[in-house]
Design a protein around this ligand. Structure first.
Ligand code: SF4
Ligand code: MG
Length: 321
């Protein structure tokens, strides 16, 4: 498979400025490497504040990159200009968690979905109108919804409106930032199914962000687990879910009650000690060491590199040769 997105040693820091009194430097993403292939769904999970949204926002160029590179189809997105930048902005889109906050309440649904085509000057007025109707149908809304306003719709329908707007520019890569977290459980599966159908029909790649592993398990081909601005484990979704290797992934998964087929009992819950450290002052060595049940002496002094272990990539000294 061909990579569509490659992230190399990405760092996104906030703050640190100020002349008389320096603002604290927040290391939101601190050396992330990640590849997403064409047609793939890559699930990115971790607790809130671990840097997943920051990564997503860096990909769509909302967040500035402090260091490292993001390549889209082999081109560094920091260097693209002119027509290439225009094409990039059409190709790479983002779906947000709160479909209500991201829809302008004073615009009709038709205007909301048409707006990206207006901005990018795509097609004639008639062609845009026809495309809006087509998009409404694709996401499962009715043609007469076109003249209504966002507040007239449920959360699930509003997310569909947001998806239709995103699709208006025929994207190739969509960052989905917790698109179902704010929805009722009964609606979540419908939105997931819609996203999967769209992928099949249009060949879209997704970076699917969630705080809960069980939410990304079904939609993802591979999953990456993030902790404090770092990826700690990457693997095939099914295998990672069945047999987590990194101590943090194990803890994260243990909070999801699933029966262990071998013992017919529920997997034992691992409760992490202590608080999530601040990204202003992350621990030396392994970022997880202050809460890791398996911490060793060397974890404080040596940062574990991401290494290949069987089918997996894991950053943990337990897997050093
Ligand atoms: Fe735990 Fe050490 Fe592995 Fe970090 S490197 S996850 S502290 S055992
Ligand atoms: Mg977030």
């Amino acid at each position: 498979p061909k990579p569509i997105l490659e992230i190399k040693d990405l760092k996104v820091y906030f703050g640190g400025g100020g002349f008389i009194k320096k603002a604290p430097l927040v290391k939101a993403v601190d050396g992330l490497n990640l590849t997403v292939y064409e047609n793939e769904t890559f699930g990115l999970v971790g607790e809130s504040g671990c840097g997943k949204s920051t990564t997503g926002r860096a990909i769509v160029k909302i967040n500035k990159i402090t260091d490292g590179h993001i390549y889209y189809n082999g081109v560094d997105i920091d260097t693209i200009k002119g027509d290439q930048l225009k094409q990039f902005k059409q190709d790479v889109q983002m779906i947000f968690q709160d479909p209500y906050a991201s829809l302008n309440p004073r615009m009709t649904v038709g205007e909301i979905i048409r707006e990206p085509m207006d901005i990018h000057n795509i097609g004639t007025k008639e062609e845009r109108e026809a495309r809006v109707r087509e998009l409404l149908e694709i996401v499962g809304l009715k043609p007469d919804h076109i003249r209504r306003y966002p507040h007239e719709f449920s959360g699930g329908q509003r997310q569909r409106i947001g998806i239709a707007r995103t699709l208006a520019l025929n994207p190739k890569f969509i960052v989905c930032d917790e698109p179902i977290s704010a929805l009722d459980v009964s609606i979540q599966a419908q939105v997931i199914n819609l996203l999967e159908e769209l992928q099949k029909e249009m060949g879209i790649s997704y970076l699917f962000i969630a705080h809960d592993l069980s939410m990304v398990k079904h939609i993802s081909d591979r999953i990456g687990v993030m902790y404090l601005g770092n990826l700690v484990e990457v693997g095939d979704a099914e295998l990672l879910y069945r047999q987590p290797m990194h101590p943090y992934t194990q803890a994260l998964l243990s909070s999801v009650p699933i029966p262990d087929p071998k013992t017919a009992r529920e997997r034992q819950r691992i409760v992490l000690e202590g608080e999530l450290p601040s990204p202003i002052n992350p621990p030396s060595g392994c970022v997880f060491r202050t809460r890791c049940p398996k911490v060793m002496d060397r974890c404080a002094s040596e940062k574990p590199a991401m290494r290949k272990v069987g089918d997996r990539q894991v950053a943990c000294h337990l897997f050093d040769e």
